[in-house]
Write a protein that binds this ligand. Sequence first.
Ligand code: CU
Length: 191
Amino acid sequence: MADAPVAAQAFPHDDARSKKIARLWAGSMLTIVVMILTIVVFSSVHLGLNPPSQLETVDSASLHRGGEFAEANLGTMIAADGSALVRVIAQQYAWVPSCVLVPAGVPVTMRLASADVVHGFLIQDTNVNAMVVPGYITTVHTRFREAGERLMPCHEFCGIGHQAMWAHVKVVDANRFPSEEARTQGVSCAR
Ligand SMILES: [Cu+2]
């Protein structure tokens, strides 16, 4: 009778043990998948973190010349229902306006467009974090619960002056916000 191969002698086939290990791996993988799905659902539903899903295009070359991103519309406008609409242009190497003024406690929609290259848009301590891609309008929804200052840096390397591309978001109590003025034109705290 021929000898069994060395490997088979060293690790004799053990069906029950293999099945146990396979079950353990399958169980671990299933647990990891369920954990990841739970984190995705929790962060999107509870924390309000969602990828920008709309696909709206805009002509980057003519942003300043008119239309939605004309100078008078930049900054914060207040709609009839009291919600705020903020329009900002991203360009090398500044945000226009560079100081965004918003009332606390109201729903805020932010619409951004890039005049040149890809920029990254982030507001400290909020769910706001998105790319601003030339040719497209980035829309994010948020709400600032408390008055205070927040930083709004560009977090996508956009050129040699990228590190200087910062803006401030100034959240004020709703009664200190110039709502009447903001019904007809964009307001900001940029000087
Ligand atoms: Cu930038």
